[in-house]
Design a protein around this ligand. Structure first.
Ligand code: TYD
Length: 216
């Protein structure tokens, strides 16, 4: 049975919260924009957003998270992402769903578990609890993980690397492992796409998942 946390019906409108996940360089943002265009062409109202940095407060947090040059404690990094998320859920995601839009979100709670948990080594169990506090247990209806081997992903990241992208390949291998583990644990919500393929092929896989979900 499909989990469906946020089904909000307004007249004929049904809104869902769909998240796009994967390590840097996996190509999820391109696919998120393609899916948004596809839904718009189908006359389905949708909105795109991202973490960190979708709200005015979040823009400030994003600057620190991606460009602060001094040392950053893993727990400090964790709380900054969670603070951004709390603001985002309350001020953007839930209001957009209430307006009857499908929300397509570039990264959410699973990024914290993958990066700060599997990547940095913060306790995954504690992160699940903290994510619940930050979001008031608000979960995505559907999550797509774009999976690609870490070497290929690294070649797709531009030369101008931010603080996270400057981490070594071992960090990215842990993140990939984390995402695949989460998908294994929550197969109803998390679907994995083979993102090593061409943009068109990845789009076909993504489209099939989204349309399959919407038509159920
Ligand atoms: P961004 O430039 O938005 O990268 P991408 O296009 O790959 O999403 O930078 C966001 C960075 O923040 C990215 O390296 C992943 C990281 N991140 C975390 O470590 N934890 C989190 O909870 C989130 C939301 C992002």
């Amino acid at each position: 049975m499909r989990l469906c946390y946020n089904r909000i019906e307004r007249g004929k409108k049904v809104s869902y919260f769909i998240t796009f996940e994967g390590a840097d360089g996996c190509g999820k943002t391109t696919q998120l924009n393609n899916i948004s265009k596809m839904l718009t062409d189908m006359n389905i109202e949708n909105v795109t957003t991202r973490e960190p940095g979708a709200t005015p407060l979040g823009v400030e947090l994003r600057k620190i998270l991606l460009h602060y040059e001094g040392p950053v404690a893993d727990e400090c990094e964790t709380f900054l992402y969670l603070a951004d998320r709390a603001q985002h859920v309350q001020n953007f995601i839930k209001p957009s769903l209430k307006e009857g839009k499908i929300v397509l979100c570039d990264r959410y709670t699973d990024s914290t578990v993958a990066y700060q948990g599997y990547g940095r080594g913060v306790s995954v169990e504690k992160l699940n609890y903290l994510n619940d506090i930050a979001t008031n247990s608000f979960k995505p209806d559907l999550t797509i993980v774009f999976d690609v081997d870490s070497e290929t992903a690294q070649t797709r990241v531009g030369k101008e690397k931010d603080r996270l992208e400057s981490e070594g390949i071992e960090f990215y291998k842990k993140i990939r492992f984390g995402y695949l583990k989460m998908a294994e644990n929550e197969p109803d919500r998390i679907k994995v796409v083979d993102a090593s393929k061409s943009i068109d092929e990845v789009f076909e896989q993504t489209k099939a998942i989204i349309l399959g979900f919407l038509n159920k």
